[in-house]
Design a protein around this ligand. Structure first.
Ligand SMILES: [Zn+2]
Length: 82
């Protein structure tokens, strides 16, 4: 998987794939949601919306449905070795 870079339209902040996953999640638009507006939408693609941590503007990117299957779940918590 390539390390996609996303640039905030509001402030120009750039995020790599890992940084993107750490941003506050807003919503994920399913194919059905997008299909109301875009008739020719590829199967298995969704739109993931997150907030820019610099300016708070929402940003969207497309992703595979499998990639964002549990968007509300935070990344696995880091556990410090004892
Ligand atoms: Zn921004």
């Amino acid at each position: 998987m390539k390390n996609a870079i996303l640039c905030c339209a509001g402030c120009g902040e750039e995020y790599g794939a890992d940084a993107w996953r750490g941003l506050p999640w807003v919503c994920t638009l399913s194919r059905a949601d997008v299909h109301r507006h875009v008739l020719d939408w590829p199967k298995g693609r969704v739109v993931e919306v997150r907030l820019c941590q610099s300016c708070g503007q929402s940003m969207a990117r497309t992703a595979s449905a499998a990639e964002v299957s549990s968007p509300a779940a935070p990344a696995a918590p880091l556990r410090t070795a004892t």
